[in-house]
Design a protein around this ligand. Structure first.
Ligand SMILES: Nc1ncnc2c1ncn2[C@@H]1O[C@H](COP(=O)(O)OP(=O)(O)OP(=O)(O)O)[C@@H](O)[C@H]1O
Ligand SMILES: [Mg+2]
Length: 373
């Protein structure tokens, strides 16, 4: 797996029972996956020679992030290394402009959008195409966790996104009632599974809580979202896990926000809440093994991210959280704590949604150190 973050750490964990030898290409020896994986190569994923040396002897290459240049992936394929997902699919998770163009061509409903050239062009887009400010600006490549996304209220506010020298995509600001995610996994054989559609709550552009399944989502909407994700996976030729981030509007429409072709934060709940986790199914898919059952184990499962706060010693926090909720599962990534950085997550489950949410919220806040009851 290219990338040594928490997704690689948890994918590695899912491979242990299968006896998979898991090699990780990590930026530093301290990265979340580099701390635990059996074979760690430290190097730059943007350097082709590094990638080639890393890939030698691997049966298949997969990813923990979207940042490997497309031409390098083609070079690895030309070397005879299976790359999953392949570059022609992955590019739609790497480049938001290409993703919008392809989904629109497939007839998939997206926010109104176009590539903009400068702040004056943003103003033209806002007034002529998006029904006025505010609009959302995104650098087409390189963003994550809300970095690379701006909500702007005027042309004057629209200067910052152009500074990086990367093409900028403008979108109408969708007045959504909530965000959903449809997670599917597809194998090279063409077998696919769909997880229950979840609600994902973002705070400051970062995923905060995920509720599985999305409460109150009409069955027709859930089926529509699952079918949409399966169709996108098939049309784009995705292998592995595909997360389709969605907006639900008050009039019941479902629009696609973006795609991720790797395990995704909106699927972390599956570690403890589904028969087969997204990590296990991603591995099975990239190895072209039969996929596992995606169905939920409990009526409700809630995942809450633990953001970097102030916890020098985890032991007292574990003591409290585990004692308070025996159904709680804690997943920490071994990362250095920086304010706002995702350093772990918790899951818990049960029959009463309000109670499950409260237990997850409490544990995440306690681990972060924002409460000390
Ligand atoms: N067109 C839009 N209208 C309204 N809100 C939007 C729009 N696009 C993005 N957002 C908000 O900004 C968040 C981040 O946007 P997006 O998912 O495109 O960025 P990202 O940084 O690539 O994402 P991630 O956090 O998944 O890595 C979305 O989850 C949503 O809350
Ligand atoms: Mg997103």
């Amino acid at each position: 797996m290219v990338g040594g973050g928490q997704l690689a750490r948890m994918t590695h964990e899912a491979g242990i029972p299968l006896g998979i030898r898991f090699r990780v290409l990590s930026e530093t020896p301290q990265d979340a996956a580099a701390q635990v994986a059996g074979e760690v190569v430290v190097g730059d994923h943007r350097d082709l020679a590094t990638l080639r040396a890393f890939a030698r002897g691997c049966d298949v290459i997969t990813f923990d992030h979207e940042h490997v240049p497309t031409e390098h992936l083609r070079a690895l394929e030309a070397d005879g290394i299976p790359v999953r997902p392949g570059p022609d699919a992955l590019v739609h998770a790497q480049d938001k402009g290409l993703m919008r163009a392809r989904l629109t061509a497939l007839g998939v409903e997206c926010p109104r959008h176009r590539i903009v050239t400068d702040p004056a062009d943003v103003e033209r887009f806002a007034t002529a195409e998006a029904g006025g400010f505010p609009v959302v600006l995104k650098t087409v490549r390189g963003g994550y966790d809300g970095r690379g996304v701006w909500v702007v209220r005027s042309a004057a506010e629209a200067r910052e996104p152009f500074r990086a020298g990367v093409p900028v995509l403008a979108e109408e600001k969708v007045d959504f009632t909530r965000e959903l995610a449809a997670n599917v996994v597809r194998s090279p054989h063409g077998q696919a599974v769909a997880y229950p559609v979840v609600e994902s709550v973002q705070v400051g552009g970062v995923c905060d809580t995920v509720i599985a399944p999305a409460p109150g989502l009409p069955e027709a909407s859930a089926l529509h979202a699952q079918r949409l994700a399966l169709r996108i996976a098939a049309e784009l030729g995705v292998t592995g896990h595909l997360a389709v981030e969605l907006f639900e509007t008050a009039d019941g429409r479902i629009l696609v926000n973006e795609l991720a072709m790797r395990p995704h934060n909106s699927g972390h709940w599956t570690q403890d809440g589904a028969v087969t986790s997204q990590f296990a199914n991603h591995l099975r898919a990239v190895l072209d093994l039969p996929l596992g059952d995606p169905r939920p184990r409990a009526r409700w499962t809630v995942m809450a991210n633990v953001l970097g706060g102030d916890f020098p010693d985890m032991y007292p926090a574990f003591l409290h959280c585990m004692a308070r909720d025996p159904r709680l599962k804690i997943h920490m990534y071994g990362k250095d704590v920086k304010p706002g950085r995702k350093v772990g997550h918790v899951t818990t489950y049960g029959d009463d949604l309000a109670d499950v949410r409260e237990r997850a919220r409490h544990a995440a806040d306690y681990l972060r150190g924002t409460i000390d009851e």
